[in-house]
Design a protein around this ligand. Structure first.
Ligand code: PA5
Length: 423
């Protein structure tokens, strides 16, 4: 099977190969240590081994529950915020089927959003998956109260319990206690995996399976990426190159990285990536600001700044080589709209032309461009992408000198908010 592959030829004007080799040499010890890291090395490294691919009992439990939900539900509500929903949503939006309508809740505090959703689910068969590592976060916690009451009122306590799956830390958390008391299906949120690194655990796997995506292929892709990263040499390793090039660019004043896609189906993958890098690297006054664009649409908004604004940003494109999708341009005899020069062409060709033209224009306009070539948009390659970026983020943050696994900055607004809420 092919693999996703980093092309860094379009950073050559900004970084030469000697600089990259020197950076590898300077960080040799650190890189070797990271490459040998194991899940047992610390209490937040569980994600590094894609062990769930071998946990047959867990996979079966998830697949069986997902099959039951697909059979019985009109609507499946994923309650979670940050790392507890971003990964699953990225996959579901990119490749899930529409057999069950999947809604997202507990990721904001808007009454208008909640009213809208409650209206939408009236007279529908509803299942809920509440996902929270420690169940202290306000958004999912309080939204679950609303939905739990709704389900109990609609179906009665016993039937409601059958329709609720709680994914949380099984270490005596209040969600676990509630689940045991009420009789919910409980799934483990691994204690040694932080939210933004959790997509390949039961946190992401159940909702993804409910959307009809093959979670075994997702895990296979991730574990093959894990193997290939850990067996490649330091000097010929795409993920090392990605992490080091980011850091060299940052040292040269490129403070912003834009993840660019030409496939709108990947917009929520962008959001997952933004959270992964933003929460992992942006601390102690350091870090690249992660941003994202969905092209070609954003060529007509941020494209102007990227091409012509301050030279403080670089781009990483996700180039899906074969979308396996086509739409021929309809023929017209009279050329009134003046698009007849496209007769006989396909939208896939237009999109590819826009992509090639953008990479060239931005590169020539002073923007370093990295490209991650992805053979196809499948669960297998999605698994590779998740692992590539998780490992890349771990490496990049470590080289930068920050702890990728905490998020102390998130507490500041909470302290203010709780002062008001608990007054
Ligand atoms: O990546 C992270 O750790 C965070 O984004 C968390 O996922 C987010 O804050 C939600 O936390 P919890 O699952 O405990 O509600």
């Amino acid at each position: 099977m092919k693999s996703i592959c980093l092309d860094y030829s379009n950073v050559d004007k900004y970084i030469n190969n000697q600089e990259l080799q020197r950076k590898i040499e300077d960080n040799k010890q650190l890189l070797e240590t990271c490459m040998k890291s194991k899940a047992t090395d610390s209490d937040s490294m569980g994600w590094i081994n894609t062990y769930h691919s071998n946990d047959e009992d867990m996979l079966k439990k998830i697949e069986d529950k997902a099959a039951e939900i697909r059979e019985n539900a009109d609507v499946f509500i994923l309650i979670g915020v940050g790392g507890s929903n971003q990964g699953a949503r990225a996959v579901i939006k990119a490749m899930g089927d529409n057999k069950v309508d999947i809604l997202y809740a507990g990721n904001n505090l808007s009454p208008a959003y909640l009213n809208n959703m409650m209206d939408k689910i009236k007279n529908k068969s509803v299942y809920v998956n509440v996902i929270a590592k420690n169940f202290a976060t306000l958004e999912p916690g309080i939204t679950f109260r609303v939905l739990r009451q709704y389900l109990e009122k609609t179906y009665g306590e016993q039937e409601a319990a059958k329709r609720i799956i709680a994914t949380g830390s099984l270490n005596g958390s209040s969600l676990e206690k509630l689940g045991k008391m009420k009789g919910y299906t409980l799934l483990p949120f691994p204690l040694d995996v932080g939210g933004r690194f959790s997509v390949l655990t039961p946190v992401g796997l159940l909702p993804i399976a409910v959307s009809g995506v093959d979670i075994r292929q997702l895990l296979l892709g991730a574990s093959e990426m894990e193997k290939s990263i850990h067996t490649a040499s330091l000097n010929n390793n795409g993920v090392i190159n990605y992490a080091l090039i980011r850091n060299i660019l940052l040292e040269k004043g490129y403070n912003i990285e834009i993840l660019g896609i030409f496939e709108p189906l990947m917009e929520y993958f962008n959001k997952w990536w933004v959270q992964l890098f933003g929460e992992s690297e942006g601390k102690i006054g350091k870090g690249i600001y992660p941003s994202s664009c969905s092209f070609s649409e954003d060529l007509h908004s941020l494209g102007q700044y990227i091409q012509d604004g301050q030279k403080i940003l670089f781009e990483t494109f996700i180039n899906i080589e074969d979308m396996e999708s086509s739409y021929p341009i309809p023929l017209e005899n009279e050329d009134i709209d003046e698009f007849n020069y496209l007769n006989g062409k396909d939208f896939s060709f237009l999109n590819k032309s826009a992509y090639d033209a953008t990479v060239k224009a931005h590169y020539e306009g002073g923007v370093p461009v990295l490209v991650l070539n992805v053979p196809k948009l499948t669960p297998y390659y999605m698994g590779q992408l998740f692992y590539f970026f998780e490992f890349g983020c771990y490496l990049s943050a470590t080289i930068l000198g920050v702890n990728p696994f905490n998020q102390p900055g998130v507490e500041a607004y909470k302290t203010n908010m709780f002062k008001t809420l608990k007054a």
